[in-house]
Design a binder for this molecule. Structure first.
Ligand code: ASP
Ligand code: MG
Length: 462
């Protein structure tokens, strides 16, 4: 099989863990393997924070401290992860050369006293640039042959939108051309998250972007499967911190996983698996520290037999905006104006609901957008039409997800009966006509009991 395996920061947090990951990969040595690695845990955050500090303070002393910290962290990890002294020596030399460049860049930022988004990408790329040689060295140390590549070397070419660049159309072809001759000859270790633009300048794919790197590479080289090794037991039926009886979902469809991720089950971002979905490549979410557990398989086809509801999720930090006024009834363009005003203000909308009386529109946004959203709507309608504009941040959104709900009568009844039986008031409801999810808003204090009530009503995963 041709497999892409992606490891997150917590899976390779230190030398012991990297060593374990190398042994884990070694179990699959008969396959064609491409490994996509992220930075060691918290390193990206640390780099960005320290780059900010260097720009603010201009202190060379502070640059010295970051560099020593980074050197120590990565050298220690390499020393533990790599047994073979010759390989270790090679890796330490590579790390040294990269750390030297990082030092020069940070020093420059300190002198200039400014940090552009382009420099931020350059600095943050060092998390993955330092992780990849260690992972590759650890693989060689357990007897596999391996080389490591940057995202750019692997063929990922993007526009120049620093901080969240978009791959160009030619990326697929380039990845395929560059990697195909090497696949099967050795284990390729690709630094996730980072890429380059047409001028060879380092770009990044946005925070958490190494999942996206993995699916892009997987789809370009026609992988049989893409495996995301995480620190959780796959995708679960609910947050186990809220529902102690939450279980791993053994199989889920792309559509369902998209519905889930939008609602805060942050295991896999929908954007990250888009390339896999387009090319119909099965995706697995596995647990690095429980490798025999089968995790969750994400595939195109929906498994209808497996119960109507797959999962119940909650987002707590949201706010509800209510717009009402008799002037809105039958007036064309009100919704368009609301949504354009919000879009212009950079507000992302999580949920929308309008009843057929047309006298009010309810919009759910993340709490951090609330002030901006209210200002934007007020400005847009300063000349009347809207009679009342209210906002409520003390609310949470609950979502019930499952492709099996489509065309299956009685699901909504069961959802809302469960709420009624638990004396939970439902404030706003929304269901897209795909019928793959029912979302509704409740008071913040009711959110967790709502999730538990629904989980026990539908027993997903049984
Ligand atoms: N290291 C990057 C980040 O922390 C990318 C990733 O981990 O996926 O955002
Ligand atoms: Mg809230």
């Amino acid at each position: 099989m041709r497999l892409i395996m992606k490891f997150g920061g917590a899976s390779i947090a230190d030398g012991e863990k990297i060593k374990w990951v190398a042994e884990l990969i070694n179990r699959y040595r008969e396959h064609e393997l491409i490994i996509v690695t992220s930075a060691l845990k918290d390193v990206t955050d640390h780099l960005l924070e320290r780059a900010d500090a260097a720009a603010d303070s201009g202190s060379v002393e502070s640059v010295h401290k970051v560099i020593e910290y980074m050197r120590d962290l990565h050298n220690t990890a390499a020393n533990i992860a790599i047994n073979d002294p010759v390989i270790l020596d090679q890796v330490l030399n590579e790390l040294d050369a990269r750390i030297h460049k990082l030092k020069q860049a940070l020093t420059g930022i300190g002198y200039l006293g400014e940090l552009t988004s382009r420099s931020k990408d350059y600095i943050s790329s060092y998390g993955e640039l330092l992780a990849a040689p260690i992972v590759s060295g650890a693989l060689r140390s357990v007897g596999m042959s391996s080389v490591h590549l940057t995202g750019g070397e692997a063929g990922i070419l993007t526009d120049s939108t620093y901080g969240g660049a978009t791959p160009l159309d030619s990326t697929r072809e380039r990845i395929c051309q560059r990697l195909t001759p090497l696949i099967g000859k050795c284990v390729l270790v690709v630094a996730g998250f980072i890429a380059e633009d047409e001028n060879g300048i380092t770009t990044t794919l946005g925070r958490g972007g190494s999942d996206f790197s993995a699916s892009m590479i997987g789809s370009a080289v026609h992988a049989d499967e893409i495996w995301f090794w995480k620190e959780v037991s796959g995708i679960m039926t609910a947050d186990p911190k809220i529902v102690p009886g939450a279980r791993t979902i053994p199989q889920i469809s792309y559509i369902e996983v998209m519905e889930l991720s939008y609602f805060g089950a942050e295991v896999l971002h929908p954007h990250a698996i888009e390339p896999a979905i387009k090319n119909n490549i099965p995706v697995r979410v596995l647990n690095t520290f429980e490798p025999d557990f089968t995790g969750t398989l994400v595939v195109r086809d929906q498994e209808r037999s497996a119960g109507v509801v797959k999962a119940v999720t909650v987002i707590e930090d949201i706010a509800l905006i209510n717009i009402s006024g008799a002037g809105m009834v039958g007036t064309i363009g009100v919704a368009a104006r609301v949504f354009s005003a919000l879009a212009d203000a950079g507000v992302n909308i999580t949920m929308i609901s309008q009843g057929s009386s047309e006298a009010n529109i309810s919009i759910v946004v993340e709490e951090s957008y609330l002030t901006g959203a209210i200002d934007a709507i007020k400005t847009e309608f300063k000349n009347g039409m809207i009679r009342e504009l209210t906002a409520d941040a003390d609310v949470s959104a609950i979502t019930v997800v499952g492709a099996g709900m489509a065309g299956s009568p009685g699901v909504a009844a069961r959802v809302f009966t469960a709420m009624g039986n638990n004396k939970i008031n439902v404030i706003t409801i929304s269901q897209g006509s795909s019928e793959h999810n029912i979302s509704f808003v409740v008071r913040g204090k009711d959110a967790r009991s709502a999730v538990r009530a629904l989980h026990s009503e539908f027993s997903p995963g049984d």
